[in-house]
Design a protein around this ligand. Structure first.
Ligand SMILES: Cc1cc2nc3c(=O)[nH]c(=O)nc-3n(C[C@H](O)[C@H](O)[C@H](O)COP(=O)(O)O)c2cc1C
Length: 330
């Protein structure tokens, strides 16, 4: 297991709130970090580089203030960068991340050693999203510090692999930080992720239903009302396999028969285009993972983290009782 002490010292529980397009915002990131878990957002949630600059300044200022008021360093935060040829402004985004010395960069779609070297130069860490062993090996070769194993049932772009299979094989060649993603919703899930060999649990969908999250109220309500059977996994919407809530997907599918092809800039621009009345992936077709059935409340993030911590501690206590009859010295 490999989580640097500089991070464990700043966490209350081994959890990272995952970056979510259109959903994660500075309010959510700040509340996560000052309540002892890693918060994150995708760089593309800001429409302009100036906007990204001001979000990074806002987060940095809030975390410094919290540090000086409480005497305790908040958890580090992360920014998600899309490393894909269709992201034409990645150099400018990286320059801003360097300006603000962003502690963790989550890379999606491509793991490139140049990006890893740049982030390492300012002392940052790189965690990379993977859904297969081939991706994991390439990312490990590129020198990433962490691998986010996106297993079956995740919200957003999901993997199809069993979390057991994925983590076990990744651990055979990677001794960096391993994060587990896909349908984790409770404190018990966080403890289970650690037992499976992950250093950190990575939760997206659960954080949509928080008061800070930028998603519309009807989206949050649909997450609370949905269950596992309502999640559809399809590549029909964007050309990449992703999980959506059936109720929101159905009306879109009636209007669109074509498979999309991946063009990140177009996808993001379309989704951010408020004037466009056509239904758009992510903005109008709402994504959630297989963990929705455990989400039935929409608390502030601080309250959710307190609840997850209490469930986590209870689960760890319960587990030691569960294992007792099977321990060798019994
Ligand atoms: C609405 C939504 C948007 C997402 N957007 C992104 C994104 O922009 N970048 C990214 O790396 N992952 C994105 N993800 C994936 C999450 O980072 C994470 O892997 C996933 O939510 C974990 O599964 P869970 O939702 O079952 O907890 C998104 C997930 C959701 C639900």
């Amino acid at each position: 297991m490999a989580l640097p002490q500089s991070i464990t010292d700043r966490l209350d529980i081994p959890l990272m709130a995952a970056p979510m397009f259109l959903a994660s915002n500075p309010e959510l990131v700040i509340q996560c970090c000052i309540n002892g878990i890693i918060g994150s957002f995708p760089a593309k949630n800001q429409r302009s580089l100036d906007g990204l600059d001001s979000w990074l300044a806002e987060i940095g200022h809030a975390l410094e203030t919290a540090h000086s008021q409480t005497g305790r360093a908040p958890a580090p935060y992360a920014v998600n960068l899309i490393v894909h040829k269709s992201n034409s402004i990645i150099e400018d985004e990286l320059a801003l991340l360097e300006k603000h010395k962003v502690p963790i960069v989550v890379t999606s779609l491509g793991a490139v050693s140049d990006v890893v070297d740049t982030v390492h130069r300012w002392g940052g860490l790189v965690y990379h999203d993977i859904i297969s062993l081939r991706h994991a090996q390439k990312a490990a070769q590129a020198g990433v510090d962490g691998l986010i194993c996106v297993a079956a049932g995740a919200g957003g772009h999901t993997g199809a692999a069993s979390p057991f299979g994925l983590i076990n094989e990744v651990r055979q060649f990677f001794d960096g930080t391993v994060l587990l993603s896909g349908a984790l919703s409770t404190g018990r899930d966080i403890a289970a992720a650690q037992m499976m060999g992950a250093d950190l649990a990575y939760m997206g969908t659960r954080f949509i239903a928080t008061s800070e999250c930028a998603s519309p109220p009807a989206y949050k309500q649909m997450v609370m009302d949905s269950a596992l059977g309502d999640i559809v996994t399809t590549d029909t919407v964007t050309g990449v396999t992703a999980s959506f809530m059936a109720e929101s997907l159905n009306s879109y599918m009636l209007e669109h028969e074509d498979h999309g092809t991946l063009d990140i800039n177009k996808e993001l621009e379309d989704a951010l285009d408020q004037k466009n009345n056509e239904k758009k992936p992510w903005r109008d077709v709402w994504s959630a993972g297989h963990g929705v059935g455990s989400v039935d409340s929409m608390p502030p993030a601080a309250e959710l983290i307190t609840q997850l911590a209490s469930e986590y501690h209870q689960a760890v206590d319960d587990m030691s009782q569960l294992y007792k009859p099977f321990m060798a010295d019994n």
